[in-house]
Design a protein around this ligand. Structure first.
Ligand code: ADP
Ligand code: MG
Length: 498
């Protein structure tokens, strides 16, 4: 059993330092160095060319779109774009890499020296410094059959799919992030989420974590105090959900603290992440001077982006998520807290769409954060997969605003939409949902309520006007929620006081 310190003890006794290497797959049509399609989920080994496989004699060509996307990412992260940079061969053997080297960039990245501000749930902002963002290609995918958890240990055979080989990646590497203290896990997760949102805003990647479009290697070390030199780090590879990133940092802090407290050293190594047990286990030992024998790729010319092109890309950058949130919060008159809840619930794009379809912002927020969030939770669904369109919500709210539906009827109409009965107007027509405000029908219900509740009538007549609420409630119940509550109250007051 691995010994763990309690988290509180660990961060009371040591200062955690983290560093993140984030890989993002670019959403180009073709691969980084060849014309094979860059698609997810094809039959194994169908999305390949001789270049993807590195067959002898095949020659790579740089994908211009991928360079453009890398520059976009670099600019959005406040990096300097290199006037000229080169690709390099990173030599290692693994079956998912037929060439026995990965075409990457080492000392000449396309972008370097940037930063990004990361806002935590309580509004605290940490600035994360970016060391570099470089271009490279993805490797293929190994599938090990017969071992536990799909691991190679205990497997009887392995399969390799090269469809992913050569998919364009940008790797973004932070400088060691100090001064985060006990908030290290939260900062790590939020940083990756911030990047994910930027990738989506830039439209350079589908950036779906669950598909592995974005993957993080999480470096963690501890030191005695904030002025001590950096401690020895571990690097937990390929962590691909925000929660897992938080948990991986937390686990390593506890594990390393227990070792240091016992007088043992932390071993510099890569580690595997286990999502089921939320633990890490040793991978391979890794020194800083690990010899990949990098050397400039002789088959590719340097990439020297024309400064005019870089200026054009800079001018065409879209509004970034932080700026957009600030602007919308003002336009929509949301409180800081309301905006943060929306962002944390990943509902911002849904509300933007609903508002664009004509719904007032606060009403859109209430639908998505209330009724629809509950529905999603009950059905263990992502909010984005709930069977309703933004335009349905705008239409529904329109029916509330023009007085056709009250809140209760609107919720019934929504239930109909969610059950696949059609648009809000269709559900309202088919289920006969409408407010009863015609006085004849209301008066009968009011008379009945008055006859059934003489004690309440007496209270109202004695001056306790608020007791009328109980009679309104009785009328609502008798009309199965379809009464116009305001009109019902007026009629009650007229009748009781006459
Ligand atoms: P490697 O080739 O080992 O992956 P990189 O330079 O690509 O090295 O990335 C190392 C990452 O670890 C960077 O994000 C860096 O900031 C971070 N890092 C370096 N030293 C430490 C340390 N002592 N503690 C925590 N993170 C560190
Ligand atoms: Mg690295």
């Amino acid at each position: 059993m691995t010994k763990l310190a309690s988290y509180d003890d660990a961060v009371a006794n040591y200062d955690p330092v983290i560093g993140l290497e984030v890989h993002v797959e670019l959403g180009t049509q073709t691969k980084m160095f060849d014309a094979a399609p860059n698609e997810f989920g094809g039959e194994p080994n169908t999305l390949i060319t001789p270049v993807s496989l590195g067959l002898p004699g095949s020659l790579p060509v740089v994908n211009e779109k991928a360079v453009e996307y890398a520059i976009k990412i670099g600019l959005a992260l406040n990096c300097t774009i290199a006037k000229s940079c080169r690709f390099a061969r990173k030599n290692y053997f693994y079956p998912d890499l037929t060439k026995a080297f990965q075409t990457s960039q080492s000392d000449e990245p396309i972008a370097a020296d940037g930063w990004v501000d990361v806002e935590l749930d309580d509004g605290t902002v940490f600035r994360v410094e970016i060391e570099r963002a470089h271009m490279e290609e993805d490797a293929g995918k190994n599938t090990h059959i017969g071992g536990a958890e799909g691991r190679i240990q205990g497997a009887t055979y392995s399969l390799v799919d090269y469809n992913r080989a050569g998919v364009p990646l940008v790797e973004i590497v932070t400088r060691p992030l100090t001064g985060v203290g006990e908030r290290a896990p939260e900062v790590a997760a939020k940083y990756v989420q911030t990047l994910r949102d930027i990738f989506r805003a830039l439209d350079v990647s589908p950036a779906r974590m669950e598909r592995g479009n974005v993957r993080a290697d999480v470096n963690v070390s501890l030191r005695e105090s904030p002025d001590a030199p950096l401690g020895t780090r571990t690097e937990t590879k390929n962590v691909n959900s925000f929660r897992a990133i938080d948990r991986a940092v937390r686990y390593e802090i506890r594990r390393q603290a227990a070792r240091l407290q016992a007088g043992a050293a932390v071993v510099q190594e890569t580690r595997h992440w286990h999502a089921d047990s939320e633990t890490t286990s040793p991978g391979r030992e890794k020194s800083d001077a690990e010899d990949y024998r990098y050397f400039p790729e002789p088959d590719l010319v340097p990439v020297a982006p024309d400064p005019a092109w870089v200026a054009e890309i800079r001018a065409s950058l879209p509004e970034l998520p932080v700026e957009q949130r600030r602007r919308l919060r003002e336009e929509w008159q949301f409180s800081d807290m309301e905006m943060r809840d929306v962002v944390n619930a990943d509902a911002l794009d849904l509300i933007i769409e609903t508002v664009a379809a004509g719904c007032p912002p606060q009403a859109a927020r209430k639908w998505w954060m209330g009724e629809l969030a509950r529905h999603a939770k009950d059905h263990e669904q992502d909010l984005h997969d709930v069977a309703v369109r933004a335009s349905d919500i705008a239409e529904l709210q329109g029916l509330v605003d023009d007085g056709s539906l009250n809140d209760k009827l609107a919720r019934q109409a929504l239930a109909g939409v969610l059950a696949g009965e059609g648009s809000p107007a269709q559900v309202v027509a088919a289920r006969g949902l409408k407010i009863v405000s015609d006085d004849g029908a209301l008066e009968a219900a009011v008379d009945q309520a008055i006859a059934d509740n003489p004690d309440i009538v007496a209270k109202i007549q004695g001056g306790k006007v608020q007791a009328a609420g109980a009679l309104v409630g009785a009328v609502m119940k008798a009309t199965r929620g379809q009464a116009d509550a305001k009109r019902a109250r007026e009629i009650i007051m007229e009748k009781v006081s006459s």
